[in-house]
Design a protein around this ligand. Structure first.
Ligand code: ADP
Ligand code: MG
Length: 236
């Protein structure tokens, strides 16, 4: 297997004793209790658990979209525990790609421009439009570069989102219920794309309550009420 991006057994992301507590007036809502976990380069991980168990919150903290209440987050060797918003967005932009259930594309922006959005903040300033076109073409959207999201099917929109997640060659790709808004055929296509990206060496973390989707992962982390209750590796 060719693994251009993976350095085997290297920690990409580590959480140590991470908690997330919302203060709701009188009482505290503990959404994440005490999470310690390490994601290694090249892994395909599923984080599973029932609705409300804290999966999205965990993914947002792992992806530096949200800050933990306590504990530490280390991303690609950088301590990301107490960053300013600007510092967090720089790290996030460089190391992380996101795929969301609702696609989260900008509606008045073409497929190609959506894919290029994360590059607007890149410091190297290079033009990535050739690469963006290649990503979209590889995902079967070569004829759709100028289409707006509402001119694309759900499956096509999610493929645009996948291209957008890839544009900065991230160290980790997070996918939060990536098939949740798709019909079964498009959902299956997305699953196959994620598998292929992993086979090419990409590190992928999928968050889902769909056990069928989770089956594709090599490692399954179960969370319940904000804590990890099991973490199992598939035997090969
Ligand atoms: P999941 O993705 O597993 O369905 P979430 O991480 O979205 O779970 O939510 C976990 C819990 O945290 C839920 O009980 C939710 O209501 C609560 N929660 C999420 N965001 C907030 C917030 N901003 N304020 C208060 N509670 C929140
Ligand atoms: Mg969720």
């Amino acid at each position: 297997m060719s693994t251009p991006k993976s350095k085997k057994s290297q920690a990409v992301l580590s959480l140590s004793h991470v908690s997330k507590v919302y203060n709701l007036g009188e009482e505290d809502l503990i959404v994440l209790g005490d999470i310690s976990v390490t994601i290694t380069s090249g892994e395909l991980v599923a984080i599973v658990g029932p609705s409300g168990s804290g999966k999205s919150t965990l993914m947002h903290i792992m992806g530096l979209l949200d800050q933990q209440t306590s504990g530490t987050v280390t991303l690609a060797g950088h301590d990301a525990s107490s960053l300013t918003e600007v510092e967090a967005s720089k790290l996030r932009n460089k190391y992380i790609g996101f795929i969301f259930q609702q696609f989260n594309l900008l509606s008045r922006t073409s497929a190609l421009e959506n894919v290029l959005l994360p590059t607007l903040y890149n410091e190297d300033g290079g033009d990535k439009s050739v690469y963006a076109k290649k990503l979209l073409t590889d995902l079967g959207l070569g004829e759709r570069l100028k289409n707006y999201p509402n001119q694309l099917s759900g499956g096509q929109q999610q493929r645009v989102a996948i291209a957008r997640a890839l544009i900065n060659d991230p160290a980790v790709i997070f996918a939060d219920e990536p098939t949740g808004n798709l019909d079964s055929k498009s959902g299956h296509e997305v699953v196959e794309i994620l598998k292929k990206l992993n086979a090419e060496g990409r590190t992928i973390v999928i968050v889902t309550h769909d056990l069928e989707l989770a089956k594709m992962a090599n490692r399954t982390i179960k969370i319940f009420d904000g804590n990890i209750v099991s973490d199992t590796q598939k035997k090969i």
